[in-house]
Write a protein that binds this ligand. Sequence first.
Ligand SMILES: CC(C)(COP(=O)(O)OP(=O)(O)OC[C@H]1O[C@@H](n2cnc3c(N)ncnc32)[C@H](O)[C@@H]1OP(=O)(O)O)[C@@H](O)C(=O)NCCC(=O)NCCS
Length: 190
Amino acid sequence: MSGPRGVFASEGPEPLPITIRLETPGDEPGVRRVHVAAFPGPEEAAIVDAIRQLAPAGWQSIVAVDRMGDIVGHVLLSPCPVEDGHGERVGEVLALGPIGVLPAVQFRGVGSALVTSALSLAIARGVPAIVLLGQPAYYPRFGFISARSCGLQPPADAWPDAAWMARLLPARRDELRGRVRYPEAFEPLA
Ligand SMILES: CC(C)(COP(=O)(O)OP(=O)(O)OC[C@H]1O[C@@H](n2cnc3c(N)ncnc32)[C@H](O)[C@@H]1OP(=O)(O)O)[C@@H](O)C(=O)NCCC(=O)NCCS
């Protein structure tokens, strides 16, 4: 089709038509396939398996499914207590990650749809904040800012400021300050 350039010219790859939904039984191999393809090693897929097995209260597993019904993206949300300086629990946040999209369909909006769905779910459930260790260039577009600047310390002091991020949600209270404890399943990444 011809047309004035700059008006009809595409800015990038077409968004992929997808459905976002919660994981259901039978999705496990598809979720594993996504993370094994998206990441260099098997650690991220193993974390998802471990959290699924533990099934801690409040965990969420969200998949992106294409028109064929195949899983093309996945994000995990894991509950993490926040402890004050005395080790007292002052609240709980959700850790976002791993998040992965099949390499063949990256940069087509799947990751963004997963992150925004995770935020919506957390808001609906009254979660005060989502935290993550991730690419500093990707998450600020969703409202993530420095987690330390919000008073949330990472599980390990070595986690870099730029990558340790938080998205504060409407249910956030001022008392929510302290160290975020990740589930043991994340230790391979610590
Ligand atoms: C990161 C990831 C989940 C993003 O999903 P996606 O579907 O490719 O991303 P989207 O299409 O929704 O968003 C595309 C935008 O994000 C940016 N982006 C994608 N991956 C990025 C990355 N790793 N770092 C910085 N920006 C990134 C793109 O440049 C693009 O920006 P633009 O909208 O300004 O052009 C996906 O690329 C992926 O699985 N990567 C490999 C695994 C990984 O690194 N996971 C995240 C660890 S923090």
